[in-house]
Design a binder for this molecule. Structure first.
Ligand code: CA
Length: 421
């Protein structure tokens, strides 16, 4: 079996809202690449074209070397170069790019993927997404917290978790895929996938003519709003005899244009008050989500600790207080305060006396029911003693007197008022 080769094409469009194209696309008979730059101003173009030009050089430099090693090294070189440029020119620090690359070895594809540009395959009528978005919403979908439908309209759908930024940990996914004659492949920037649904993309990718399919995909993105740069790179695996390609390769977008200076204040293609550069926003803050959750966890733990300390202090304070109140119909000494708090008992009975509140005067009874504050335990005991002394005078319900006439002169109790003279 002779090695298959690729028919290919590429298109890009600035879209209807952007003033510059920060996407780059490349296609040849064995390599297809898309890079979606970010960082605003001229930086997105620079990131995209820098990475693209290093990665597409694989086509020229491959030789006899292991294609996988060569592609992985190219992506690393591209990332390192972004870091070097940013270290020389701090004004472009934070620029970065997605990268989607498929290298056909003659037997299989080596793939490199980082960011939210996508790779799709149409094989025997079956449409499949080959890449896995490195986005916040995709991570929520993976965790079952969001459906793919919800992800499409999520307010943070463009927030990326991984991208080439020139830092050591910007590692792409590297993979290997088989290829069959007749397979159609599409690499694209999010300017297509945000505007056009998968079903429509699949149907368009199936069009007979590859160039027509590419044109149509760009038209669909513009018809869908054209909010972003849109780049599509298409390839079809074919028998070598079918190869009829004239150019050896196609390069489109930022990498195909001369390096831009910072955009002039009044560009000739003046647009009506361009909206804030969402590309800058979406890439300017790329938090590793794990740490985001960790920060949330630490904040929650600190808050819980503060609440716990507060509750403990409050409890301690309340437990140094005493008051005299009622327990089971008797005067009782309580530790704590007479208040209710959810889930916390703010007082406990420390001494339930044998003094029934029924024995108290009406005024004292009311005071005890309301609770009489005490400075400390001794003060509370003194209050009980005073209550005991000021009991209301016993009436007829005292121990039955002897049937003898009222000759007794002794008072019924020491606390009773002296009998009338
Ligand atoms: Ca984009």
């Amino acid at each position: 079996m002779t090695d298959l080769t690729m028919r290919f094409t590429a298109r890009t469009d600035v879209g209807l809202r952007r003033s510059s194209n920060q996407d780059s696309g490349y296609a040849s008979s064995r390599l297809i690449v898309v890079a979606d730059g970010m960082g605003g101003a001229a930086a997105g173009d620079l990131a995209s074209s820098t990475a693209m030009n290093i990665v597409r050089a694989v086509d020229r430099d491959l030789g006899e070397d292991d294609p996988r090693v060569v592609l992985v090294q190219a992506v690393r070189d591209a990332n390192r170069r972004l870091g070097e440029i940013a270290s020389i020119d701090p004004s472009v620090d934070g620029m970065g790019t997605t990268l989607e690359a498929m290298l056909w070895t003659g037997e299989h594809f080596i793939t490199a993927h980082i960011g939210d540009s996508r790779a799709y395959r149409l094989r025997d009528g079956e449409f499949a997404q080959l890449s896995h978005d490195h986005t916040f919403v995709q991570s929520l979908v993976d965790e079952g917290k969001l459906t793919t439908k919800e992800a499409r309209i999520h307010p943070h759908r463009s927030l990326l978790l991984r991208v080439l930024l020139g830092r050591a940990d910007n590692e792409p996914d590297i993979g290997q895929l088989d290829g069959q004659a007749g397979d159609r492949y599409l690499l694209c920037s999010d300017g297509l996938t945000d505007m056009v649904d998968d079903e429509t993309i699949a149907a368009t990718l199936a069009l007979d003519d590859l160039d027509e399919a590419a044109d149509r995909l760009v038209e669909l993105a513009l018809a869908g709003g054209g909010l972003d740069n849109v780049t599509v790179v298409l390839a079809e695996l074919i028998e070598p005899g079918e190869a009829d390609q004239e150019p050896e390769s196609v390069l489109v977008g930022a990498a195909a244009e001369p390096p831009r200076k910072r955009p002039a204040a009044s560009a000739s293609t003046a647009t009506i008050a361009p909206p804030p550069d969402v590309e800058e926003l979406r890439y300017s803050y790329v938090p590793p989500r794990r740490w985001g959750w960790l920060r949330f966890g630490i904040a929650a733990a600190v808050l819980a600790l503060v609440v716990a300390i507060g509750a403990t202090v409050l409890y301690r304070v309340t437990q140094s207080q005493y008051f005299v109140g009622v327990s089971h119909g008797h005067v009782a000494i309580y530790r704590g305060v007479q208040a209710d708090a959810p889930l916390i008992h703010l007082n406990t009975v420390v001494d339930e006396t044998d003094l029934p509140i029924a024995a108290l005067t009406r005024v004292n009874r009311d005071l005890v029911v309301d609770g009489i504050e005490a400075r400390d335990r001794a003060d509370a005991e003194a209050t009980v003693a005073r209550l005991r002394e000021s009991r209301k005078p016993p009436k007829e319900d005292k121990p039955k007197p002897s049937p003898t006439p009222s000759s007794s002169t002794s008072p019924a109790s020491p606390s009773a008022p002296p009998p009338p003279a």
